[in-house]
Design a protein around this ligand. Structure first.
Ligand SMILES: Cc1ncc(COP(=O)(O)O)c(C=O)c1O
Length: 386
């Protein structure tokens, strides 16, 4: 049994996550955890009530339909129409998943063959690399560079080969906060059409754009039939533990991804799906209020980090801010983050974990600002001790 490693070779190197290490460190030292991206207050109380009501009323307590409950699929379709003017058939073009994480995994497993190449901008969200690897495909990273982390579109065109199957995009982008512009998306769309590529877009931060606008790639010419757009209730409604996500795409893409999803979780979160259907229909003021609240928090933390001596790359979206620690005389984000709780009682994560190229993000460190204002003020105070 031991004549070969237990862990499948495709998953080699993915065993430990810095988030678990840093969260454990936060618990052990009592430090303020600005590492992992979860809000420290729950989402709207009426949405929580809706979930409790669904449980009590016996809605979703048994296996819901494989594609998700009709109420949520309809609410997702309505949301796409209301915010973006996109029309999707709730029955065949919407799929409910166990968070965006499962949507990403199922998309990679369904759409890729071993040997296919997937182009993604690094730094990338940590599940991308693992999911591409599990599908036996090869990732081709293109580095977004400070200070503005704009994509190099010429490099993107050059990176496409006959083996390229798929572009995996994330905008608003974790961890840099970069938001792709309409022009950048148009150039990407043109390339995808010209080279007949599929595109999976991770849009979980779609409602958290402070500067500019969120443009779904599916809305651009030629993209609806080749794009799988992924989102999640975790970020928009501050219920990250519910793990209710969804994707919208043309029926044949949804059918393919559903085939993989069917054997990952089959279904999940029945009663929560009903609650998220209600959440998606909240008045626009909820969505804009959430964004405005986070913009103020971004400004508070960014100013505090700058005052403490960090170089701050102001994010246009998401609830993360990427910084550079070089001006503090630091050379290594890992060592810095491991020492930060002892030094000043704050936890952050080194961006190096989001890169394939080990040197690209060596001195970058990410902080989350989806926390109560008093917590952020205390964190800024503590960081001032640096
Ligand atoms: C870019 C990105 N995609 C996906 C996810 C995961 O979303 P979910 O919790 O809905 O699985 C996250 C969570 O941090 C994220 O930052």
């Amino acid at each position: 049994m031991r004549d070969r490693p237990l862990l499948n070779r495709r998953l080699e190197g993915f065993s430990t996550t810095i988030f678990a290490e840093m969260s454990a460190l936060a618990v052990r030292t009592g430090a303020i955890n600005l590492g992992q991206g979860f809000p420290d207050t729950d989402g709207p109380v009426e949405v929580a009530e809706a979930a409790a009501r669904a449980v009590r009323d016996g809605r979703g307590n048994q296996y819901p339909p494989g594609s998700g409950v009709p109420e949520l699929r309809e609410a997702v379709a309505e949301h796409q129409r209301h915010w973006y003017g996109l029309s999707f058939d709730p029955d065949s073009e919407v799929l409910v998943t166990a968070g965006a994480t499962e949507a990403i995994a199922a998309s990679m497993l369904a759409l890729l063959e071993p040997g296919d190449e997937v182009i993604a901008f690094e730094p990338f969200y940590d599940s991308y690399a693992a999911c591409i690897a599990m599908a036996g495909a090869t990732r081709v990273p293109l580095t977004l560079r400070a200070p503005d982390f704009r994509p190099d579109l010429d490099a993107l065109r050059d990176a496409v080969t006959p083996r390229t199957r798929l572009l995996l995009l994330n905008s608003p982008h974790n961890p840099t906060g970069m938001v792709l512009t309409r022009d950048e998306l148009a150039a990407i769309a043109e390339l995808a059409v010209a080279r007949d590529l599929l595109v999976v877009t991770d849009e979980v931060y779609e409602h958290l754009v402070f500067d500019g606008e969120h443009v779904p790639l599916s809305s651009l010419p030629g993209m609806r039939e080749r794009t799988v757009a992924i989102s999640s209730a975790g970020k928009t409604f501050s219920f990250t533990g519910w793990k209710v996500g969804w994707l919208t795409a043309a029926a044949e893409l949804v059918a393919a991804v559903r085939t993989a999803k069917q054997f990952l979780t089959y279904v999940s979160g029945g009663p929560f799906q009903y609650a998220v259907a209600e959440a998606l229909r909240l008045p626009d003021a909820y969505f804009t209020g959430c964004r405005d609240d986070l913009r103020a928090k971004r400004d508070l933390l960014a100013a505090g980090l700058a005052a403490a001596g960090f170089e701050v790359y102001e994010p246009q979206g998401t609830y993360f801010v990427t910084t550079d620690i070089a001006p503090l005389g630091e050379r290594d984000g890992f060592a810095f983050c491991r020492g930060l709780p002892e030094r000043c009682g704050v936890v952050a994560v080194p961006n190096a974990v989001f890169y394939d190229s080990p040197d690209a993000g060596r001195t970058q460190v990410r902080f989350a600002f989806c926390k109560r204002e008093a917590v952020l003020r205390e964190a800024v105070d503590r960081l001032g001790r640096l």
